[in-house]
Design a binder for this molecule. Structure first.
Ligand SMILES: [Zn+2]
Length: 205
């Protein structure tokens, strides 16, 4: 069985007047995490770990902060898209381990609810998701939340099974293109074309 490992890291600064979202939960706190999206530091680190496991780029490449679609976006979208990329590459998640580093709020009392939420987003059991938390002792970073995540994935589709699936998808796409061209010429319906994700390393999502 082929396994691969992925690692993700993210940080966001606390800002008054912003709602706090961590691990897909709305958390009661006087300050939230500033970001172009909802600033969910844990989901961003997990997204990067998933993409990293299959060497598919990073969160900034898939969801550029310059794109207005991701303004205040629910980070559940990012993590679910990364899960789809992983499935497309023929892998499934074995387990995820994360460490949050932040001075407040206390994560212990909500860790179980957070694990359930992350497990639900990824179609996993709660025993496949670990969420730990530490305070940033000696770092002088009490106004910042950081998160580190690692994920282990295993191959569930062999490369030739994947190739035949890709061929089916490709032929469906070509068929859709033909239909769209026909519609465009007959009814003047504008063509829609999916845009491929860009791969750059900028991440201020
Ligand atoms: Zn982030």
């Amino acid at each position: 069985m082929e396994t691969r490992i992925g690692f993700g890291y993210d940080s966001h600064v606390f800002k008054p007047g912003v709602a706090l979202h961590i691990g897909g939960l709305a958390v009661e706190h006087p300050e939230g995490l500033a970001g172009h999206s909802d600033g969910d530091v844990l989901l961003h680190a997990v997204t990067d770990a998933l993409l990293g496991a299959i060497a598919a780029g990073d969160i900034g490449g898939f969801f550029p902060p310059s794109d207005p679609r991701w303004k205040d976006a629910d980070s559940a979208i990012f993590v679910q898209q990364a899960r789809e990329e992983l499935q497309r590459a023929g892998y499934r998640i074995v387990n995820i381990d994360t460490t949050l580093i932040l001075a407040a709020p206390k994560i212990g009392p909500i860790a179980s609810e957070m694990r359930t939420r992350v497990a639900d987003l990824l179609g996993l059991g709660i025993d496949q998701v670990s969420i730990k938390a530490k305070t940033p002792e000696g770092l002088g970073l009490d106004h910042v939340a950081q998160c580190q995540a690692v994920v282990l994935v295993e191959r569930v589709l062999e490369p030739d099974e994947l190739k035949s699936m890709t061929a089916v998808i490709e032929s469906q796409r070509q068929l859709e293109d033909v239909v769209e061209d026909l519609l465009a010429s007959v009814h003047g319906v504008p063509k829609r074309r999916g845009d491929a994700p860009l791969y750059d390393t900028e991440d201020i999502t």
